[in-house]
Design a protein around this ligand. Structure first.
Ligand code: ADP
Ligand code: MG
Length: 253
């Protein structure tokens, strides 16, 4: 196998006496759409928080493209090509959809810090460039018609697309999506899936936490299951379907 884009070894996170993620070792294949399933409280979101630097691991390592990135802060990881969305989107509700996308970090370190020292004309150029890019990204996720709407007034499904747009401002090579289809109507879920597949054809790797088994089984390969902080299954969607324990836990069979 080619070198995995994400290589996770012995990743563990304790909250006081409680071990939320317990010695997880996984290789995420570059170019895959990996599905991550498991019951509530299994540690899925905590795993994402560890991979993206929102939380520091108690022990274990994370490598991105072969480089040890364990414990690096989220902005560094974003600049290195690792993007994520949140289970509960938190847009700046009173700002417009476009402004929310423009605020996403650019994936180019230093700009934010140097901004105040740049000549005004350069600041204007930079803002115009970011605005153009934000409009392109909004167009891609089909939200361009809502660019000037307050972000707090769009639907839950549109907020998931807005989250994806924010991530795309960084031109990531890996995108972690936390329950992208939860509470989203079928039409917007379809758009989201189309966009994921289009980006994936262009080479973007995805890891997707999702409870919707139809979504996972039709679009994800491999499928990984977590329970009580541990990896309890790894295989293809067909193998997942044929696995009685998984069927019992997630498919209501
Ligand atoms: P999942 O996303 O699989 O539903 P989470 O990763 O959100 O699960 O949570 C895993 C477990 O870790 C849960 O029991 C949760 O209560 C606990 N947990 C998550 N974050 C924290 C935290 N910041 N402090 C204490 N416990 C936490
Ligand atoms: Mg979660």
């Amino acid at each position: 196998m080619a070198e995995p884009i994400l290589s996770i070894r012995g990743l563990t996170r304790d909250f006081g006496p409680f071990r939320a993620v317990d010695g997880v070792s996984l290789d995420i294949r570059a170019g895959s759409i990996t599905g991550l399933i498991g019951p509530n409280g299994a540690g899925k979101s905590t795993l994402f928080n560890l991979l993206t630097g929102m939380l520091k691991p108690t022990s274990g390592t994370v490598r991105l493209n072969g480089q040890d990135v364990t414990g690096l802060p989220p902005d560094r990881l974003f600049a290195m090509g690792l993007g994520r969305t949140f289970q509960i989107p938190r847009p700046f509700a009173r700002m417009s959809v476009l402004e929310n996308v423009m605020l996403a970090p650019q994936g180019q370190r230093g700009e934010g810090i140097l901004g105040p020292f740049l000549a005004p004309a350069r600041v204007r150029d930079q803002e115009a460039r970011i605005r153009r890019r934000a409009l392109e990204v909004l167009d891609f996720v089909t939200l361009a018609p809502l660019a000037d709407h307050p972000a707090g007034k769009i639907s839950g499904g549109q907020m998931k697309l807005l989250e994806l747009a924010r991530v795309l401002m960084g031109a990531p090579s890996v995108i972690l999506l936390d329950e992208p289809a939860a509470g989203v109507n079928p039409a917007l879920t379809r758009i989201l899936i189309d966009k994921i597949e289009e980006l994936n054809r262009g080479g973007t790797t995805f890891v997707i936490i999702e409870h919707d088994m139809d979504f996972v089984m039709s679009h994800c390969d491999p499928v990984i299951a977590l329970a009580e902080g541990r990896v309890v299954f790894q295989g293809t969607a067909d193998e997942a379907r044929a696995n009685p324990v998984l069927l019992d836990a997630y498919l209501g069979a």
